[in-house]
Design a protein around this ligand. Structure first.
Ligand SMILES: Cc1cc2nc3c(=O)[nH]c(=O)nc-3n(C[C@H](O)[C@H](O)[C@H](O)COP(=O)(O)OP(=O)(O)OC[C@H]3O[C@@H](n4cnc5c(N)ncnc54)[C@H](O)[C@@H]3O)c2cc1C
Length: 419
């Protein structure tokens, strides 16, 4: 339904993804009235399931529900796209031409996937050999192609810079390798992983587990490298040492022929945030991992999730310039912190909550086991069960959690602001 001209809402939430719906649901639970989400999509996507779809352990429908069916009770929905924000006048401008003014504003439109940032990559994705778990449209094709591969070279790429759940680039690779091993064809397939960091993840205890699986499957890893060019017609690609885009360092370029390319695109803050005056200007996010810097993302105090210059503006999730590794798991903490702080600000009270930088990345290292990485914004272990680091080992228990329990919790509790 188009937004009425000049609507006003007490709290306007930009983006009805994981962050937007969870925080809106929590705000309602904490008694905040007149909360409205602006979201253009008809369908809501549970992105962690994309990896299972690409790896053949879930059907495509399991990642999708109609947006109307997941908007939390008591929360409004304007089906439109935000073009820009004028925070000085508390106004949000929409694609339809309508304007919405806000009391409080929560900005969470997610991350932007830049398929055109690598020359030839977008074209390659349109060929039968180009697949990915990072878009719903490419994930079913990924499993079709990976499951029918019996020999040749399959290249998986994980980009440099900021990314949503960076390690998810590797998940379909382990799932496919386990399948090829079951089928007795793994030895005939050259599997190459191009990863931008000098290790597989960035935490020694997780790296050890992943290195063991990489050795078990015979995966060839190109560390500190990234995809810089694809020639889809010739089925060749070029990788280079990280820094190729900035021109820094002695970059060695290497060409590889491929039969299948499973690519993850470079990612960045949504371009339109730059003109709103809300973006973080420069500086690195300070961690040792693979998440790049925070430039262009919505500036926030990483502890309170409040904008440093506009006290009625807040941000969380993939679009926020927080210091953590971006993930849905991080949002379970962030939504609670933001909603409690915003409710307190409305009541004129001091902000009660601080975000602790928690994030998570569940690596599906086989078709029945997961290595569950839980960590803070310095890539130090941050286990949910204090003092027990056992979940960081390959386990069946965490497979059940990742494949079955967390999706149920997402649809039934997280999106309602209850977990
Ligand atoms: C392949 C893949 C696998 C993943 N696996 C995991 C995992 O295993 N575990 C984990 O914890 N996390 C995982 N994640 C990360 C997780 O999905 C994200 O961190 C999470 O969805 C971020 O929530 P968000 O609301 O910030 O962004 P999103 O969920 O992406 O939502 C953003 C919303 O904003 C809307 N929007 C965009 N622009 C505008 C605009 N201009 N106006 C209005 N609305 C707009 C979009 O339509 C979208 O609905 C994965 C992500 C991917 C892509």
């Amino acid at each position: 339904m188009p937004a009425p001209q000049s609507a006003h809402h007490n709290v306007v939430v930009i983006g009805g993804g994981n962050a937007g719906l969870s925080v809106a649901g929590r705000l309602r639970r904490y008694g905040v009235s007149d909360v409205t989400v602006i979201e253009p999509r008809e369908n809501h996507l549970y992105q962690p399931m994309f990896s299972h779809i690409a790896g053949g352990t879930a059907a495509p429908g399991m990642a999708v529900r109609r947006q109307a069916s997941v908007i939390p009770r008591g929360v409004g929905w304007i089906r439109d796209r935000v073009e820009t924000i004028a925070p000085d006048t508390n106004t949000v401008m929409l694609e339809s031409g309508a304007r919405v003014t806000n009391g409080q504003l929560v900005v969470c439109p997610g991350i932007q996937k830049n398929w055109n940032a690598v020359p030839g990559l977008a074209d390659a994705m349109a060929t039968p050999q180009g697949v990915s778990n990072y878009e719903l449209e490419y994930a079913p094709k990924a499993w079709q192609v990976l499951s029918s591969t019996r020999s040749g070279t399959v290249v998986f790429t994980q980009p440099a810079g900021p990314a949503t759940c960076a390690g998810a680039a590797q998940k379909p690779m382990y799932l496919a390798c386990d399948y090829w091993r079951e089928q007795g064809v793994l030895a005939d397939i050259r599997v190459v992983l191009v990863v931008s960091s000098p290790t597989l993840f960035g935490m020694p205890m997780i790296d050890r587990e992943l290195e063991r699986k990489v050795a078990e499957y015979g995966i060839e890893v190109q560390y500190s490298s990234e995809l810089v060019e694809v020639d889809a017609q010739a089925k060749t690609l070029v990788i280079a040492g990280v820094g190729a885009y900035s021109g820094s360092g002695g970059v060695s370029r290497r060409s590889l022929s491929y039969d299948v390319l499973h690519a993850v695109p470079p990612q960045s803050a949504p371009d339109w945030i730059a003109s709103t005056g809300l973006a973080a200007e420069a500086g690195n996010d300070g961690n040792d991992g693979n998440d790049g810097d925070a430039t262009g993302f919505v500036d926030v105090d990483p502890l309170t999730l409040r904008h440093p210059r506009y006290p009625n503006v807040w941000s969380l999730g993939d679009a926020a310039a927080t210091t953590n590794s971006k993930s849905g798991g991080a949002l379970r903490q962030q939504t609670l912190v933001l909603a409690k702080n915003l409710a307190a600000a409305l009541a004129g009270k001091p902000l009660p909550e601080r975000y602790n930088g928690y994030s998570v990345c569940p690596f599906t290292v086989s078709r029945s086991s997961v290595v569950f990485a839980e960590f803070d914004d310095r890539y130090q272990p941050k286990p949910t069960i204090p003092f027990w680091r056992g979940l960081a080992k390959e386990r069946r228990l965490t497979w059940v959690a990742d494949r079955y329990v967390l999706p149920w919790v997402y649809w039934n509790l997280i999106l309602k602001g209850r977990a």
